[in-house]
Design a binder for this molecule. Sequence first.
Ligand SMILES: Nc1ncnc2c1ncn2[C@@H]1O[C@H](COP(=O)(O)OP(=O)(O)OP(=O)(O)O)[C@@H](O)[C@H]1O
Ligand SMILES: [Mg+2]
Length: 267
Amino acid sequence: MPGFADNHRNGNPSDAGEPPIVQVRKVTKAFGSLVAVSETTFDIRRGRIIGLVGSDGAGKTTLLRMIATMTAPTAGNVLVGGFDAVRQKDAVKKLIGYMPQRFGLYPDLTVAENLDFFMDIFGISGRERARRRERYLGFSNLLPFLDRKADDLSGGMKQKLGLACVLVHEPRILILDEPTNGVDPVSRQEFWEILTAMRRQEMTILVATAYLDEGEKCDGLVLMHASRVLAEATPAELKSGYADLEEAMIQRILQVDAALREDDFGI
Ligand SMILES: Nc1ncnc2c1ncn2[C@@H]1O[C@H](COP(=O)(O)OP(=O)(O)OP(=O)(O)O)[C@@H](O)[C@H]1O
Ligand SMILES: [Mg+2]
């Protein structure tokens, strides 16, 4: 598979010759008889923003959790920065920042205390704490709200604080599961400005999203449906021949559903 090697928008990929930073190899995850992710293979090269899009229940969260070392594949393997996500979990954890679909901030702690909590987990101490607090809360425009309880933040501010918390150990790869779900358009735009700024600093970002305007901002898209990857392409490639990205996705999903029904009924 091409792995988006030639699709970098900056036009100057500095990773030529490097192996992909994320390699998903024939990965399957089953929960009993339910197959959530089926024989999935794709690569992500460094410094790209890759959007994971698809239907509800497609397997996006399960796939992200396997890359983030939160659950092990039933078959196949995931390599992150060359490390195996099961056998070398600790090495992988150092490389990634993972923001789950329901990211848990501590509602009764302030903005500063939430960030401090994550810095404690990662053993960040001394002058480095102040530097990182300035940097990551500054990035997310939260410095004026240091003493506000997380529970009293708006939805968009909560998500930006969540992002600051997963950035604070300075990972090389961000794995974000629908980070802007339910957030207003202006806040979503601000959130994406942070992501594109991170990409300029060579961060690799894999982000599940239900918003196709966000999909348009990605260097590459992975389209999932019914536990499988249907397409791995740039936004322009994916929508080519269709009115827009939404139409392209709907039509591809309907085609797969029709094929699955034919299988079921043996037509
Ligand atoms: N721990 C689990 N035990 C049993 N089934 C699970 C588990 N986690 C996920 N599933 C099932 O696996 C399938 C894929 O779920 P997953 O959460 O990965 O989908 P998704 O694409 O993230 O969906 P959404 O867009 O709604 O977030 C679903 O049928 C779900 O019910
Ligand atoms: Mg999900």
